[in-house]
Design a protein around this ligand. Structure first.
Ligand code: ADP
Ligand code: MG
Length: 720
């Protein structure tokens, strides 16, 4: 096995530069070249047909058959002119990632290329092997995909890809996109209603997302020599390198050459696909990087993020790099998140989280701001559940990652504004335009411009004109957290609207009524606000005192989805039925169990078949050495001690692995998925993973470097 490691290291030194070139130095010349979006439709459809399509898209209406036929025909001609041979419905099943099944345009019967509107609108992939959480076993076995016209089609390779939702034959959603679209509709309805208290011209509110994607890039040969990375996406063993991230020299440093070429290459591919990639930089850990796009409407932004991850993996191959999106590939170093920058923007162009200089607009801003904080307070557990994944368990609360405790950071200046608003509760407010002055609300614009107020330790932070949900994991589909966030904000806005209209009905002046409800929310949601260091132990204690949850593991965290409160919330806003929510949890638990199972097997295999034989072989060399020393009458005490230490670690690994196997046998017999997942979490992962790892990592320090079978952290992370 050590042979594989050294061969990989040799390969690394022989890598040659991959040439990267774009067709033009001007991105604008090729941006969106492979997208069949609104512009292309306008250019290729008859004006009357285009009008129908765009209206249907804007108002979430059904597109009739003739129109669909026209769109299909135009899309086909466009795609074929660019070299396409196939089309596919592109969807996001609950396995994570995306799925596709390609069909050829060519129809052998007629001998021509065909693409009908009905094929664009709906397909029936064989759904039986996608997870359904039991929905399908009790109902129909079939599922279908349906065109989502709000996200543009794109040409990927030689295939016209059509973003779609994926639902069971009986209509239950089986993907991440469907509930997201519904949650976005819910927040549109609720936010528009509230906006109309201020401005009747506002007809729609659109949620926007800018997802900052963190990732690691490692050499492909080294990656392939680490079975744990290949099988589990993370290293289950590996001693921290002598130099980790303590020098703090990686962040924003010069991007290493090979990675820089890779970045340029995937950026060019992304631009062609209309993905507005914008920012690139080194992240905190060695070999960790970040890419951020310009924000877009949530559904499109999420499709783009999913597509971009795929582009990155493919382009990485070309550069002999493996791109790791896992939340925690390396213990002891920073993990990778996907910060979801989020805001709500009206169809009149107002960002509802951007303070303005007019008093009226500032009350609108405060309404959305305070209501969002209140929503997080009210539904913190659901928000926590929405970011729960097996991988994120290793990241949350570990090295420089937000904790599993949900809190909101708003900055000292917004804190001052809210405190002011709250404390003036008993002050008589004069009616008329001056009343805002008395609340200090007019100070906001000036305040916000000073953006020094930053806190990287908060899971949910206000950053000047948007909120940043930082707890989302690097490999996750933003659709899940974005569904939850938009849903809880929709709920709180609905509640807000009802309260305000009730007070108006009782004779209160509108603006006074609004301020009254905001004050109440500020008071009620105070405990969720935290401005200090989220990574500190004090915060854990303080949060407990405040009664905030700190749910550390995924199986426990996702229980919040099936609480009475959450179930009725999903149902009330028509996002998911009880059955759908429950099925989803079932799928998540099943997948969690499999993940832990795989990791346990990888740990067992590596430990027993690679680490222990290596340690014993080395120990035998030491024994020969000790005997030799003794024969010469020399002191062999130090060698004997090492031999003993090695024995100790071998013993720990052997017993740990053996017990773990026995435990797994016991747990696999538990029929209840829920209980089985808890057992895998507590009695396998928590009990054995670190224990075995600790002994292996100690052996790594004792055994001769020449013999060690696994590529070491310093090699994975520092060699270019
Ligand atoms: P940083 O958070 O590092 O200061 P930026 O402020 O530039 O960086 O934004 C990070 C991400 O937030 C980018 O993807 C950006 O497009 C996105 N973003 C900026 N404004 C908004 C907004 N109003 N809504 C959603 N995302 C936004
Ligand atoms: Mg940011």
């Amino acid at each position: 096995m050590a042979k594989l490691r050294f061969e990989a290291l040799k390969k690394l030194n022989e890598r040659s530069k991959v040439h990267v070139e774009s067709s033009s130095p001007n991105i604008s010349k090729f941006f969106g070249e492979y997208v069949f979006g609104m512009e292309q439709m306008r250019a290729t459809l008859a004006p009357a047909v285009f009008k129908k399509v765009s209206r249907a898209i804007k108002n979430h209406e059904k597109i009739d058959d003739t129109t669909a036929d026209a769109v299909a025909s135009a899309a086909k001609s466009w795609a074929i002119s660019k070299g396409a041979t196939h089309f596919t419905h592109w969807f996001q099943p609950m396995t994570g990632g995306t799925a596709e099944k390609h069909d050829s345009f060519f129809d052998a019967l007629s001998g021509i290329e065909k693409f009908k509107g009905s094929e664009l609108v709906q397909q029936e992939p064989d759904a039986s092997s996608f997870p359904s959480g039991g929905i399908r076993s009790t109902f129909e076995a079939r599922g279908y995909t349906a065109w989502d016209p709000t996200s543009p089609m794109f040409l990927y390779g030689k295939t016209l890809s059509i973003p779609t939702i994926f639902v069971s034959y009986t209509g239950e959603t089986l993907d991440t996109k469907s509930p997201l679209l519904k949650a976005l509709k819910a927040v549109d309805l609720a936010a528009t209603q509230v906006c109309q208290l201020f401005d009747k011209d506002i007809q729609h509110v659109v949620a926007s997302l800018g997802a900052e994607q963190e990732y690691f890039a490692v050499d492909k040969a080294l990656y392939n020599a680490r079975p744990d990375l290949v099988m589990a996406g993370r290293t289950v063993f590996g001693h921290a390198p002598a130099r980790g991230q303590q020098m703090e020299d990686h962040y924003f440093g010069t991007i290493p050459g090979r990675v820089y070429d890779f970045m340029r290459d995937f950026e060019i591919e992304s631009w062609k696909l209309g993905i507005p990639v914008r920012t690139r930089h080194n992240e905190v850990a060695p070999s960790q990087f970040e890419v951020a796009p310009l924000f877009e409407e949530v559904n499109v932004a999420n499709d783009h993020n999913q597509l971009m991850m795929d582009v990155m993996s493919r382009v990485g191959e070309k550069h002999d790099l493996k791109i790791l999106f896992h939340e925690k590939p390396f213990s002891g170093l920073n993990g990778s998140g996907k910060h979801n920058n989020w805001s709500l923007i009206t169809d009149t162009g107002v960002n509802l989280y951007a303070p303005s200089s007019s008093a009226r607009d500032n009350l609108l801003f405060l309404t959305f701001f305070v209501t969002t904080v209140k929503a997080v307070h009210e539904h913190a557990d659901l928000l926590r559940a929405s970011i729960a994944t097996a991988g994120n368990d290793f990241r949350l609360g570990a090295n420089e990652a937000p904790p599993a405790i949900m809190s909101v950071f708003i900055g000292s200046q917004m804190s001052a504004v809210l405190d002011e608003l709250e404390s003036k509760g008993n002050v008589k407010i004069e009616k008329g335009d001056n009343m805002y002055m008395k609340l200090g609300i007019d100070q906001i614009p000036e305040i916000i411009l000073d953006a020094t107020d930053r806190n990287r330790t908060s899971p949910f932070a206000f950053t000047g004109n948007k909120f940043e949900f930082r707890a989302v994991g690097g490999s996750d589909n933003c659709g899940t957290p974005m569904s939850a966030l938009n849903l809880i904000v929709a709920e709180q806005l609905t509640h807000f609207y009802a309260e305000v209209t009730k007070q108006i009905g009782n004779g209160e002046e509108k603006r006074i009524a609004i301020v009254n409800v905001l004050r109440q929310y500020i008071k009620e949601s105070k405990v969720i606000r935290f401005e200090g260091d989220g990574y500190s132990d004090e915060w854990v204690k303080e949060a407990e005192k405040r009664g905030l949850s700190n749910i550390k593991t995924m199986p426990r965290a996702i229980e919040a989805y099936v609480s009475k409160k959450s179930l009725s919330l999903f149902e009330k806003h028509d996002v998911m039925s009880h059955k759908e929510v429950e099925a989803r949890n079932e799928i998540k638990l099943e997948s969690y169990i499999k993940r832990v199972q795989i990791e346990a097997r990888v740990i067992g295999d590596l430990a027993m078949n690679h680490i222990i034989p290596t340690a014993i072989a080395y120990q035998n060399k030491l024994i020969t050495n000790a005997n030799g020393l003794k024969g010469l009458g020399l002191d062999n005490g130090a060698v004997l001690q090492t031999i003993k230490d090695i024995s100790g670690h071998i013993e720990t690994i052997k017993t740990g692995t053996r017990e773990m196997v026995e435990e797994r046998k016991r747990i696999n017999k538990i029929t209840d998925t829920h209980k089985r997942a808890f057992a895998y979490c507590d009695d396998i992962k928590e009990k054995y993973f670190d224990k075995i790892r600790d002994a292996v990592d100690k052996l790594e320090l004792l055994v001769d470097d020449e013999d060690w079978p696994l590529v070491k952290y310093r090699e994975l992370l520092f060699l270019r």
